[in-house]
Design a protein around this ligand. Structure first.
Ligand code: KG4
Ligand code: ZN
Length: 349
């Protein structure tokens, strides 16, 4: 690569993971994630506990990311941070830290939308890949592509026309897909976050054993709240007859429930790609770590003649690498923000 190297520090603190990452010319040097075990027993993220834990974790996490990258803080060219959407108290910790660090180092500050970050994670380069400024090439999705972003807070089908030119063409009208996983897990007596556990038990279960309803919402939108209610009533009914029902059938319940969520997602994804005539199809967000979602994307992708893009596991759930890569592309465009920037829990794009 000719010219000066560009080193971006990314900071992510929108929910319950404190993360810092360093990328150089779009290539990942470090991506540290400090999770928060404190929420496990509550069956969901407790916002006030999350912001306190971010305050404790942020300095050691940034320090670890800089050390692992093998750079000094003087070499950093810009600081990218998640401005939103997310939990306000959590976002404020990362935003305030990024602002003061940028001020102290006298370098540009770059805001990144968390949901755009999930999508842009597809453009992170890894050490084994050649260094390329422009990611539009074989190996990365080509614009325009469709990305289904499925996380604990959002479920969206996004038409991605360029790095920061994105249009939401469908989204959930109530619960997110990750929330549907986590809430069912809570009903089943599993700790938070339950998505990975349902995925694990489902591997040993029969997905056709129990039948749950798929919602019928118009266009490319989703609804998952009815599904959550249906598993609740189903389990209440079965447990009244046999107190050991969950214990005896956990794998089959998980497999059947997971299958319903994944089928609901693909129903709309297929519809959207056909209508918009798009062949490059990506997934992003925490639920894209789900093994059935990943294998179905490959299987259905072959049937539909899609070029499919699945993020590496470490870039599915919340991480600062995805914020740093967003920061890198904004840095190239000179899109910076001032010290008057504030966190926005409902930030749109
Ligand atoms: O993107 P993310 O880390 O945080 C948000 O921005 O929400 O997504 C977290 C969500 C949680 O709901 C978690 O249960 C879900 O992703 N998740 C999974 C799996 N891994 C994480 N859901 C299903 N199967 C998985 N393997
Ligand atoms: Zn996320």
């Amino acid at each position: 690569m000719s010219g000066k190297d560009i080193i971006i520090l990314g900071i992510e603190s929108s929910c319950d993971d404190t993360s810092a990452a360093v990328i150089k010319n779009g290539e990942m040097l470090s991506n540290i994630v400090a999770g928060q075990k404190v929420h496990e027993k509550f069956g969901g993220v407790v916002p006030e506990l999350a912001s306190r834990a971010h305050q404790q974790n942020i300095i050691p996490t940034v320090d670890a990311a800089i050390k692992e990258a093998g750079i000094t803080k003087k070499e950093i060219d810009g600081i990218a941070f998640t401005r939103g959407p997310g939990l306000l108290g959590s976002l404020i910790v990362g935003t305030s830290f990024a602002k003061s660090f940028a001020l102290a180092l006298n370098i540009p500050l770059i805001e990144v939308n968390h949901m755009q970050g999930h999508i842009l994670a597809h453009f992170i380069k890894n050490k084994e890949e050649p260094c390329l400024r422009d990611a539009v090439r074989q190996g990365y999705p080509k614009f325009p592509f469709i990305c289904m972003t499925v996380s604990g807070g959002h479920t969206q089908i996004v038409l991605v026309k360029d790095y920061f030119e994105m249009e939401i063409i469908g989204e959930t009208i109530d619960d997110a897909a990750g929330e549907a996983f986590d809430k069912a897990a809570k009903i089943l007596g599993l700790p938070y976050p339950g998505g990975p556990l349902i995925d694990k038990y489902a591997k040993e279960g029969n997905p056709k054993k129990f039948l749950f309803p798929i919602s019928n919402i118009k266009n490319f939108d989703f609804s998952f709240s009815g599904l959550k209610t249906s598993i609740l009533y189903f389990l209440q009914k079965e447990m009244a007859k046999d107190k050991t029902f969950i214990e005896k059938n956990l794998n089959d319940i998980c497999a059947s429930y997971q299958d319903t969520i994944i089928r609901s997602l693909f129903k709309k994804l297929i519809k959207a790609t056909r209508e918009f005539k798009i062949n490059d199809v990506a997934i992003a967000g925490g639920v894209s770590a789900n093994s059935l979602l990943r294998s179905e994307l490959v299987r259905i992708g072959k049937e539909e003649s899609w070029n499919t893009f699945i993020p590496k596991f470490e870039y599915c759930t919340d991480n600062a690498g995805m914020i740093a890569i967003g920061g890198y592309y904004k840095f190239l465009k000179g899109e910076f923000v001032g010290q008057d920037v504030v966190a926005d829990a409902r930030l749109k794009f």
